[in-house]
Design a protein around this ligand. Structure first.
Ligand SMILES: Cc1ncc(COP(=O)(O)O)c(C=O)c1O
Length: 359
């Protein structure tokens, strides 16, 4: 197995500056549960990026961040509209359904992105006491398919959600990758677009394990502390979560890390496009490359940590990370090229179309 993995952006380690910040936070004693100076500083830094009105709660993981954010958005009879590929729908073990008691209305999309028309079309039965009522629209930036919403697209979704009396929730496990891809500040795809509550991801961007729930709509903020505690996401030694965010946000580490991951994905995309038999499924926008590979190439990718091809789509997902180096990308490309044999190409039926696939 190659040491650098393309299986997930969670396979990378922790950025040295983050480890140094953790060591610094480890000096002496400090009040627990976020009542410490490091937490106050980190909240200030999040506000510097997302606006002075942001309410911030640091949490341990992305599933927990989504639960806390959505808990604030929903009444017990309301549902969440999301894509069928959303992490909340596919990869959270039914957490929102069980722990929030909500229903997810999962919409099929070609590119992992909701649109105002899709959201509008999903809202039937409004005012009918027999039906769940629309409570929140949840979008992911960058998406589970590696695509990126533009600020205009998010603004339009916020407008639609608000018109329908819904909250716009954003799963920003890869928020930094989305903003870096667009070349805009973090606020340009959140605060400035009318997002009401978001999960601000840190782990995939070089942290040890820290995310933040950020509430941008003041009416939702009063429940934040209670929801975090009730959902098991309040850390007693909170300074160690906060110190990581401070390291990410006090300079431009968030941008450097996300920018590198995105740049390496583009390098990988270019290399894969040059490999006969490999077919990039759609253009790379953030740090994920989705590709259809002949069987031998897919097996070669697995020796670089990639998961086997998706059971339904046949696509292999290759993820780049904050620490992916050009040499890592080139080593993977060389292995894919070496794995290619005419017989394997015949077995795989050759390249398929390069249009955006529905998954
Ligand atoms: C889109 C998205 N949301 C949220 C998460 C957070 O997951 P976790 O609970 O593993 O931190 C992930 C991680 O894979 C993700 O890809």
């Amino acid at each position: 197995m190659a040491t650098h993995s393309f299986g997930s952006d969670n396979h990378s380690g922790v950025h040295p500056a983050v480890l140094a910040a953790l060591a610094a936070a480890n000096e002496g004693h400090a009040p627990a549960y976020g009542a410490d100076a490091v937490t106050a500083r980190a909240i200030g830094l999040v506000r510097d990026h997302l606006g002075g009105g942001a309410e911030v709660a640091f949490v341990f993981n992305g599933t927990g961040a989504n639960l806390v954010g959505l808990a604030l958005a929903l009444r017990p009879w309301q549902h969440v509209v999301c894509t069928a590929t959303a992490h909340i729908a596919v990869d959270e073990c039914g957490g929102p359904e069980r722990l929030l008691g909500t229903k997810l209305v999962e919409l099929r999309t070609p590119d992992g992105k909701l649109t105002p028309d899709l959201v509008r079309a999903s809202t039937s039965g409004v005012g009918d006491e027999h039906r769940t009522q629309p409570g929140a629209v949840s979008i992911t930036q960058s998406t589970e398919l590696g695509t990126v919403y533009t600020p205009a697209e998010i603004r339009a979704l916020a407008g639609t959600a608000h018109e329908l009396g819904m909250v716009l929730h954003l799963d920003g496990a890869r928020l930094a990758n989305g903003a870096a891809s667009l070349g805009v500040p973090l606020a340009a795809v959140t605060t400035d677009c009318g997002v009401d509550v978001l999960s601000f991801g840190g782990t995939k961007n070089g942290l040890l394990g820290a995310e933040a729930v950020v509430v941008l709509r003041s009416e939702l903020a009063p429940g934040l502390a209670y929801a975090r505690k009730q959902l098991g996401q309040l850390g007693s030694k909170g300074r160690f979560l906060a110190a990581q965010f401070a390291a990410l946000l006090e300079g431009d580490l968030w941008l450097q890390n996300a920018g590198n991951a995105n740049a390496m994905a583009r390098r990988l995309e270019a290399g894969v496009r040059a490999l006969p038999g490999a077919d990039v499924a759609w253009p790379v926008q953030a740090n994920a490359v989705f590709v259809r590979l002949p069987a031998e190439m897919a097996r070669a990718a697995e020796t670089f940590g990639a998961y086997p091809p998706d059971e339904v789509t046949g696509l292999v997902r290759l993820m780049c990370s904050w620490d992916t180096a050009e040499a890592d990308v080139d080593a993977l490309l060389a292995a894919l090229a070496a794995a290619r044999e005419p017989a394997s190409l015949r077995a795989a039926g050759g390249p398929t179309g390069s249009a955006l696939q529905e998954v």
